[in-house]
Design a binder for this molecule. Structure first.
Ligand SMILES: Nc1ncnc2c1ncn2[C@@H]1O[C@H](COP(=O)(O)OP(=O)(O)OP(=O)(O)O)[C@@H](O)[C@H]1O
Ligand SMILES: O=P(O)(O)OC[C@H]1O[C@H](OP(=O)(O)OP(=O)(O)O)[C@H](O)[C@@H]1O
Ligand SMILES: O=C(O)c1cccnc1
Length: 492
């Protein structure tokens, strides 16, 4: 197939790893494809050494799941390349989403080892959607978290997202712009993201404009005559000697005909230069003109520049945001936690590993956020078996699932569940809030988090605890499996 034949790319159902369809085939042939199963997606450690993550990706996940079907061209391709029998191809032809899905809401604060998405339904369908779900939430959650880190560094300054040219292809630029907005950016330079998602778009101009006119004065003047809002890029030749004086000259000449919003610097020592530029603008009578800065910035450089007293008002962030430069993957996984057996009963499943952190927690679960009523801050999250309700306790015993001697009793608390129903047996039952709603939800959530979990360097570990019942059932399942392995003589 050539790129031109991409009109045949008429569904996202093959956006999965081959092994998922191979497993579906086995389940189908062995008659267990429609057995009920529960999978949960979670990640194992906070990205960027952060103290929290911001969940994102639900919008795209919903779109993907709603349109899930195998097109005739998908089926023809599978038939041509794989040795599947016709009855399986026919089964895929008639596949209709039957899954029940619960998920964190976009903009929710989430933490390592808690289920972010829970998929329940026919085993084969649960398996099919693994790759796309992980693909979507891994990227978008990682990026929304990176955005939140950058937002915490700039505090109340304005943040512009400039990443498209450096993103890992077009989808990443688009959904990365959306995740940036959720995490705290004010605007994006990506016009399509503006059109599709309603994110405010904004931009200045590039060095090319100055080079095209051959002089800063000519370029700024031409721009000013064609635009009301003007930010001039002043570092093409010499920021202090030529860029800023030319910007001021044009601003004076144009007077009220333009809004002289400020100047952008894109190179050099930004602490030193911004202070100089601030003085020039103030002395020229433009104290409200803002200083925009860009050039490989991230939360670390921003924090450092602020420490140096840089006079920067607006931050343009591209490469290091959109590529999640310091940690390019979140590493969320998708694990089977419960499965219908031959007797029709559901039983917990578990993946054991010699690495303690990789031992999954069995059973279908709910995550409860425990919030202290007086402080109005989160005490921690409490993962419980489905049906357990912490609100029935006056005092809640919370303990670290690995170091159980780290524990506390919480009284006077409010508990609320974080996993929400999205699909019920294939039917969408969730109404997505507006993107602005999601953005303010994220900001509100961050207010309920103690500062100790929000600092960018070595934050405190937020408590993600298991209920006593869940802890005990996990321990007893581990013992059971170990015993069975020993009895079968498979262990050393
Ligand atoms: N005062 C400062 N303190 C810390 N980092 C800074 C400071 N000023 C600039 N930076 C950062 O230093 C890095 C290196 O900038 P560099 O010197 O390579 O840019 P430049 O050479 O001036 O510009 P370019 O090569 O893009 O034309 C950039 O990530 C920039 O954001
Ligand atoms: O540095 P980022 O965080 O990625 O922000 C986006 C960069 O894109 C533009 O530069 P361009 O791509 O034209 O190249 P330049 O950096 O060499 O000027 C802009 O001037 C920023 O420097
Ligand atoms: O508008 C800008 O200044 C901009 C947009 C994208 C990349 N760099 C800068």
């Amino acid at each position: 197939m050539l790129y031109q034949d991409y009109d045949k790319d008429d569904s996202l159902s093959l956006h999965t790893d081959l092994y998922e369809i191979n497993m579906m085939y086995t389940y189908f042939k062995k008659g267990i494809a429609d057995r009920n199963a529960v999978f949960e997606a979670f990640y194992r450690s906070e990205p960027f050494g952060n103290g929290f993550a911001i969940f994102a990706g639900l919008e795209r996940m919903i779109n993907y799941l709603q349109s899930l079907h195998f097109s005739e061209s998908d089926l023809a391709y599978l038939k041509e390349t794989q040795n599947y029998d016709d009855d399986f191809i026919d089964y895929l032809r008639h596949l209709k989403l039957k899954l029940s899905i619960r998920s964190m809401r976009e903009g929710e604060l989430v933490f390592a080892n808690e289920p972010l998405v829970q998929v329940e339904g026919p085993l084969a369908q649960c398996q099919l959607v693994e790759t796309a779900i992980l693909n979507i939430i891994n990227f978008q959650t990682l990026l929304a978290t990176k955005a939140a880190r950058i937002k915490l560094a700039v505090q109340d300054d304005q943040l512009m997202e400039f990443g498209s040219r450096r993103a890992q292809e077009t989808d990443a630029a688009l959904w990365g712009a959306r995740a940036a907005f959720i995490g705290g950016f004010d605007s994006t330079s990506n016009v399509r993201a503006g059109k599709l998602f309603g994110i405010p778009i904004s931009g200045t101009h590039a060095h090319a404009l100055v080079e095209a006119f051959g002089s800063e004065y000519e370029a700024f003047k031409a721009y000013a005559k064609t635009h009301k809002d003007c930010v001039f890029l002043v570092d093409t030749y010499d920021t202090i000697r030529s860029g800023v004086p030319n910007a001021i000259k044009v601003a004076r000449e144009m007077g009220d005909k333009i809004n002289f919003l400020g100047v952008r610097i894109d190179s050099g020592d930004m602490a030193y230069i911004s202070k100089q530029v601030r003085k020039e603008l103030d002395d020229a009578g433009y104290p409200d003109a803002k200083i925009f800065a860009s050039n490989d910035l991230d939360e670390t450089t921003i924090t450092n520049l602020k420490m140096q007293g840089a006079k920067i008002d607006v931050w343009g962030i591209g490469t290091k945001y959109i590529t999640a430069f310091d940690q390019p993957a979140l590493g969320a996984v998708y694990k089977l936690v419960s499965m219908e057996g031959d007797n029709g009963q559901m039983h917990d499943t578990l993946k054991i590993s010699s690495n303690a952190i990789k031992v999954s927690t069995p059973g279908k679960k709910q995550v409860w956020r425990i919030s202290a009523n007086t402080a109005k801050k989160n005490e921690g999250d409490w993962i419980a078996r489905e049906g357990e309700d912490p609100t029935r306790y006056q005092a809640l015993f919370m303990f670290h699932p690995q170091y159980t001697y780290i524990n506390k009793v919480v009284t006077d608390f409010t508990a609320y569940p974080l996993l929400h129903d999205i699909f019920d047996h294939g039917k969408l039952v969730y109404k997505q809030p507006s993107l602005r709603g999601i953005k303010s939800f994220a900001a509100e959530n961050l207010k309920a988090l103690w500062d100790e979990y929000k600092r960018s360097l070595n934050p405190q570990e937020y408590p993600v605890d298991l209920s006593q019942d869940l802890y005990e059932s996990k321990m007893s399942l581990i013992q059971d499996i170990r015993r069975k392995i020993r009895e079968r003589g498979m262990s050393r």
